[in-house]
Design a binder for this molecule. Sequence first.
Ligand code: FAD
Ligand code: NDP
Length: 526
Amino acid sequence: MTGQRTVPNVFIGGTHLGGADDTFKAQSENRLMSLISPPTADYTYDLVVIGGGSGGLAASKEAASFGKKVAVCDFVKPTPVGTTWGLGGTCVNVGCIPKKLMHQAAILGQSIRDARHYGWEFSEEVSHKWETLRKGVQDHIGSLNWGYRVALRDKSVAYQNAYAEFVDPHTIKCVNRRGKETTITSDKFIIATGMRPRYPDIPGAKEFSITSDDLFSLPYCPGKTLCVGASYVSLECAGFLAGMGLDVTVMVRSILLRGFDQEIAERIGLHMEKHSVKFIKKTVPTRIERLKEGTPPSLRVFYNEDGAEKHLDVNTVLMAIGRDACTTGIGLDKVGVMLNQKNGQVIANGEQTNIPNIYAIGDILEGKPELTPVAIEAGILLARRMFAGSDVQCDYVNVPTTVFTPLEYGCCGLAEEDAIKQYGEDNIEVYHTNYMPLEYTVAGRDASDCYAKLICNKADKERVVGLHILGPNAGEVTQGYAVAMKCGATKQHFDATIGIHPTVSELFTTLSVTKNSGGDIMAKGC
Ligand code: FAD
Ligand code: NDP
């Protein structure tokens, strides 16, 4: 029938493509997948991604690499004080990137103090200039914004700097900065709109406080600062601001770092206190007043403590009390995408919403880690499943993370309390140690907060179910061990691995004291 006398005779949708060579050729020319799932002629695009952040950019570029017609809409609504930014989403503009650079500024401050012990002599008093740091950070972000635009163009992804809203499951309305409206249709959509900081409903909050969305581009030094909230964002910002020599207080409603290993969270609190961060615990702000305008202004924050109203005068209030999913006002109600009514996050099976052609990735997904590499991985794998016949799902288990406070806390897997809940106290063995990073010795630094532990499941050959390390460069240490945990490493694998000397990371290859034994874990030199 085909005239081709060899096998295979490849048919796609009833049309004869040819033999193996023709099939491989179609694949190498990026034609194969569009033959298998041809674009629906009625729609302008095969895929439109709403949100040009970590997840959205990754998904759109991956989809375009399969020859698909793809567009991205990204739009940043200004903060209450008017801050806005370019393409790339939270991580690049107001999250991981500026945060890590400011963390580095704090680390350098410590390194300068250490340097004298290592023989460096410098006569002048060292001081920190916020404006120089801000400019360096913002220049770098500017270059990243530009790089993202070029990358989209190189991949032939259409970019619209416009706010998107669903009209029906295959149509969105896009409104640009000048209010110009366009309509776009697409076969499939990915929602990747991320989250924005929440404000408490108290007088003065929106008028006088800022959030992490404003901090990294603040044109003036924030001065004496109150950070409200006790999770990632608040503690990291408090840490680097204190590291730059500012007077910093953290207001804690309940506990530090909810969801993280609480033994380590407490150690972080102690360490921050030793490094001049003050804590006001078990309270929340009730109102904020401005005493004096200025850059920075003078603010008065009221709160209740022991039944009495108290106040704290500061220059800056940084609200870091959590983030709301950007899922309202984008027409999800019109198309019927199911949301968790409490937190506004999208309920999905993997990344598939209840509407067949609409998917969601990144921070807006309910119950998934709100981290950049998670959004990227989910976006890439989803695009491959959509357009390249893949069936590989994103694995949200054992996602490593690091809190940069500035003493870093890296972890992967379960907190000790969660491991006990999941496996039972009798089945858990915790190996732990305090340790002294070598570089602390000559500098005469206090290492009493440097700590590491491995949580193992005795009922499963001591498989490592939680790894925690508090100390310098913990992020770099944790990443590699996360691979080991993905491979199902047991305590025996850790013991059989030879360490790299002298590093902090090697301690995981020699852990011998269990918590149960009550043995001595004080830091020993080598
Ligand atoms: P985003 O990156 O937030 O992108 C969403 C984009 O969609 C935004 O540009 C938004 O403006 C746009 N948008 C929203 N609605 C619309 C609409 N209707 N139309 C068009 N565009 C729209 N993660 C880490 O892994 N490591 C870290 O060190 C880290 N540090 C952080 C520090 C801070 C201060 C914060 C706030 C977050 C940090 N995160 C960190 C978290 C990380 O930034 C997020 O997990 C990640 O950015 C989520 O990516 P996303 O694609 O889901 O959303
Ligand atoms: P979280 O939701 O994790 O924490 C909110 C904090 O604010 C909690 O301490 C909470 O206290 C407190 N809080 C909530 N409401 C109030 C209130 N009304 N008054 C006072 N305090 C309040 O939010 P974050 O903004 O810190 O982080 C959001 C996400 O961003 C994280 O889950 C993380 O995934 C990501 N991120 C990642 C980073 C990294 O990888 N290094 C860094 C920064 C963010 P309580 O415990 O009592 O509820």
